[in-house]
Unconditional design. Structure first.
Lengths: 188, 157
């Protein structure tokens, strides 16, 4: 009797092992992560004149076909890009060459919101790795500014805030990264 | 009287029960069933994703459409060469096929969720931006504007 019982359990384990092997073979670990972006819609002819943005509010970040980086008009190493972007977006000295700020009311409080836009341009020959590295630096700059803003206004890190507070911070420190039309930059 | 080490006690040591073995295996089984997902398509292009420290997780995996771009894997190189190619679902496609692909993906979703669709661009790090720009332009024309550049977290800061 005892022997028969033991056999039954042994086969359950075998069946379970087979199932386990089956799932190990046919499935993958889910690891979908990345940098999320919103592409601009295709502009209409009518809208074209609306898109004129004041010169001081734009910084052009360019990566050429040799993966060299230009911010504004001067060549730059990627290590310095983050600080440059942070300075551009905060404009701490109210420099007339850096973007203007606008008082905006968000959820009953008024914050100074920068009007700065980062325009990212690339060449057809730019490598994807360099492109993502630059995108990453831009996102990092914005994330650090959001962290600073959260600490100053809520006393906590951005990731620790509630969803509503995060929305306020997102509006106060917008992530305005525009990916230029490739036809503007591709002719090189 | 010592309990340990005397040879006369050897026979009284009970055999390790294998009853719990099946429980353990079942637990492992459930763990893998919950944490993994079915492999939907076979990779025909080699995709080594670039590293980025600021990655965010995609919340709704079921609402994403995958576009793979990279050079074909070894077994397909004889046929397709080593230039970067686009893979949609299970086959090599061109930029012109993206429109149909997006339409098909949209049809598979419920009406309310269509606007939440994210296109997951899985691009190899050695690919040139030209083909990626073409794909992005085509996506804009299909008004699939939510995209994600797939990247992996660096192992160490």
């Amino acid at each position: 009797m005892a022997r028969r019982n033991f056999q039954a359990i042994g086969s359950t384990a075998d069946i379970a092992f087979l199932l386990l092997c089956y799932f190990l073979m046919t499935t993958t670990m889910g690891d979908q992560s990345g940098l999320q972006r919103r592409l601009p819609p295709i502009p209409d002819e009518k809208q074209a004149q609306d898109q004129k943005v004041n010169r001081r509010n734009i910084i052009i970040v360019r990566i050429n076909s040799a993966d060299k980086l230009f911010a504004g008009s001067e060549p730059m190493d990627i290590a310095y890009l983050k600080e440059k972007i942070k300075e551009f977006l905060t404009n701490p000295t109210n420099d007339p060459n850096l973007p203007e700020k606008e008082a905006k009311e968000i959820e009953g409080k008024t914050y100074m919101v920068s009007k700065g836009v980062i325009s990212l341009q690339n060449d057809r020959g730019t490598s994807y790795q360099a492109y993502i590295a630059v995108q990453n630096e831009l996102v990092k700059a914005v994330n650090e500014l959001r962290d600073d803003f959260s600490r100053a206004n809520f006393g906590k890190k951005f990731s620790r805030l509630t969803e509503e507070e995060q929305d306020i911070v997102k509006k106060a420190v917008p992530q305005n990264i525009s990916e230029a039309e490739p036809k503007d930059t591709g002719k090189k | 009287m010592s309990k340990f080490g005397s040879s006369s006690n050897k026979k009284e040591v009970p055999q390790a029960s294998s009853n719990s073995l099946s429980d353990i295996v079942f637990m492992l089984l459930f763990f893998f069933m919950v944490t993994t997902q079915m492999r939907e398509t076979e990779n025909k292009v080699k995709v080594v994703m670039p590293e980025a420290s600021e990655v965010a997780k995609l919340e709704r995996k079921d609402l994403s459409a995958n576009i793979n771009i990279g050079s074909p894997t070894l077994q397909y190189q004889a046929m397709y060469g080593t230039d970067a190619r686009i893979q949609l679902n299970d086959s090599f496609k061109t930029v012109a096929d993206i429109r149909d692909f997006i339409a098909a993906e949209r049809d598979a979703m419920s009406e309310a969720e269509r606007s939440l669709m994210t296109v997951n661009l899985r691009v190899d790090q050695d690919v040139r931006m030209g083909i990626v720009s073409d794909v992005k332009q085509e996506l804009r024309r299909c008004s699939a504007l939510k995209i994600m550049y797939a990247a992996r977290k660096p192992a160490k800061d």
